[in-house]
Design a binder for this molecule. Structure first.
Ligand code: GLN
Length: 538
């Protein structure tokens, strides 16, 4: 059986529990342990698939097609492992499975209750996610004291009984606020949230304290005394200039040694963090800067394009340039002069999205980039709008916008396939998860990937309409990638253009700080070239 690190949060949300979980994962993996991370989201949605990006940020998709919380993206980037459906549980998922079992009569007429039925189901999923591992890290979303979180906290309390106290570590991420008027850090909120945990029978072993000011030994001693942990288990975490420095800082604070000690695992080998140090150095001190316009429809929410933003930075790290991402509200391009708004950009990225709002602005951005030879990278909806723009303005295919079609298609060159049409009343079906794709030799995509066979993750309903393929190809659009299993166009390019690549999939989901996604790598490379050429001309 695996050992477990449970991560809870106190005082306020957004303290970086996900980054803490990812960082502990990195540090343990660097010690040679087999690790993975499970996210528990106490909300009632069965998965993140139906959640609005404005409220909840990006939906992260795994290879097996699970639509999950964006923290899974952090985990994959930090521990460099591919996660799956079993790495994400929600209250909705647990309750639907328990209710299904009840309807089937699995409980033999017994009264079905939160304890033990819900808590058992939670524990079984935790154990399943940990099978075959040395350590499973489990992050419980929300804050201690939330009503929704209680069954999960009870379940992880019981895990110490089930797995053995020596196989479980409780790590509480909390806030030590600084009071400007008193010029003092305050420990009371942390004392209260630890009391709340102890009230339900969880005694945290480690306190990860987020603070804006340095904590002295006296402060650490005070927290240790009031919260009943040794002083070495009070870990200070200051705001970092980049999240990729967090594993390094936590290691300096001795967090990984502590976790290993509590779990009875050897901790004599130092983790080699040189690749993370290099990532941080290149992120912090690059000699040049490229400006990328992110033309999206959810740009006001900072996490709506989280993986895209990270993948752009990974490209910057690889090419030693700072990537200055400037959000451009797609709808603004519908009202004003596109060229005027976009002329600052060394590269334009149009990310994924749903619904009709903003698509005309994306089409305007695609036209501007195509006509002015500005690097352009379209992802999912972005790729679809590149195809619509090309069909309209290059092929002069001005097909009427059919009323029966879903308005989001804009032009029949992007359509719902026949089998989905039949399911339209149910909202159609989405192509979700990993699909293999064959690349055309000699294309920018093939050069970037360095192979002709790739697998990428999808999350969309609409597809390139093959009825238009020949006409688009004759007009110069290169079909650079096609789905191996079905005859579906996955990548379009313009061979003469500096970098005009649109992909039906979400490459950003597979990018890593030390290994940028090939198309993000290629896009940042082209944008850097464009930036240098512009500087020369100026
Ligand atoms: N709305 C488009 C579709 O469903 C694109 C989806 C996306 O960008 N993820 O096909």
């Amino acid at each position: 059986m695996s050992k477990y690190v449970f991560i809870t949060g106190g005082v306020v949300s957004s303290l970086g529990k996900g980054i803490t979980a990812g960082s502990i994962g990195t540090l343990l993996k660097k010690r040679g342990l087999k690790v993975s991370i499970l996210k528990i989201d106490p909300y009632l949605n069965v998965d993140a698939g139906t959640m609005n990006p404005f409220q909840h940020g990006e939906v992260f998709v795994t290879d097996d097609g699970a639509e999950t919380d964006l923290d899974l993206g952090h985990y994959e980037r930090f521990i460099d492992e591919t996660l799956s459906e079993k790495n994400s549980i929600t209250t909705g998922k647990i309750y639907s499975s328990v209710i299904q079992k009840e309807r089937r009569g699995d409980y033999l007429g017994g009264t079905v209750q939160v304890i033990p039925h819900i808590t058992n189901d939670i524990q079984e999923r935790i154990i399943r996610a940990g099978s075959g591992l040395d350590v499973l890290i489990v992050e419980i979303g929300g804050t201690v004291g939330d009503i929704e979180g209680q069954p999960f906290l009870e379940a992880i309390r019981q895990m110490a009984v089930r797995a053995g106290r020596e196989n479980v570590v409780y790590c509480h991420v909390t806030l030590i606020p600084y009071l400007e008027a008193a010029k003092e850090l305050k420990t009371k909120p942390t004392q209260h949230s630890v009391q709340e945990l102890r009230r339900i029978g969880i005694l945290p072993n480690i306190l990860v304290c987020r603070t804006s000011h340095a904590m002295d030994i006296g402060m650490k001693n005070k927290i240790a005394l009031f919260c009943d942990v040794p002083q070495e288990a009070v870990i200070e975490v200051r705001d970092e200039p980049t999240i990729y420095n967090v594993p390094i800082s936590l290691h300096k604070e001795g967090l990984d040694d502590l976790v290993l000690k509590y779990l009875g695992l050897p901790c004599d080998n130092e983790p080699d963090l040189s690749d993370w140090a290099k990532v941080v150095d290149r992120y912090m001190n690059p000699p040049e800067e490229v400006k990328i316009a992110l033309v999206g429809k959810y740009v006001q929410h900072k996490d709506a394009y989280l993986s895209v933003v990270e993948a752009l930075h990974h490209g910057g790290i690889a090419h030693n340039v700072r990537v200055n991402i400037v959000s451009v509200e797609a709808e603004d391009l519908e009202r004003s002069n596109t060229a005027e708004i976009l002329k600052f950009a060394d590269g334009i990225l149009i990310p994924g999205g749903f619904g009709e709002r903003g698509v005309e602005g994306m089409i305007a951005a695609a036209k501007y980039a195509r006509e002015n030879n500005v690097p352009l990278f379209g992802i999912c909806l972005g790729m679809q709008m590149m195809v619509v723009e090309f069909a309209r303005n290059v092929c002069k295919l001005h097909e009427a916008h059919s009323k029966e079609m879903n308005p989001a298609t804009i032009h029949p060159v992007i359509h719902l396939m026949e089998e989905q049409e039949n399911l339209k009343d149910l909202g159609g079906t989405m192509r979700l998860g990993a699909y293999p794709c064959d690349l055309a030799y000699g294309t920018k995509s093939a050069q970037s990937y360095g192979t002709l066979h790739i697998t990428e993750r999808h999350r969309h309903r609409y597809e390139f309409n093959n009825a238009y393929r020949e006409r688009l190809e004759n007009a110069g659009l290169k079909i650079a990638g096609v789905c191996t299993e079905r005859d579906l166009v996955e990548i379009v390019e313009l061979p003469e253009h500096i970098w005009y690549v649109g992909g039906q999939f979400h490459g950003e989901l597979k990018s890593r700080p030390t290994r940028p996604h090939p198309l993000f790598d290629g896009f940042i490379k082209a944008s850097s070239e464009y930036m240098r050429n512009r500087a020369k001309e100026a």
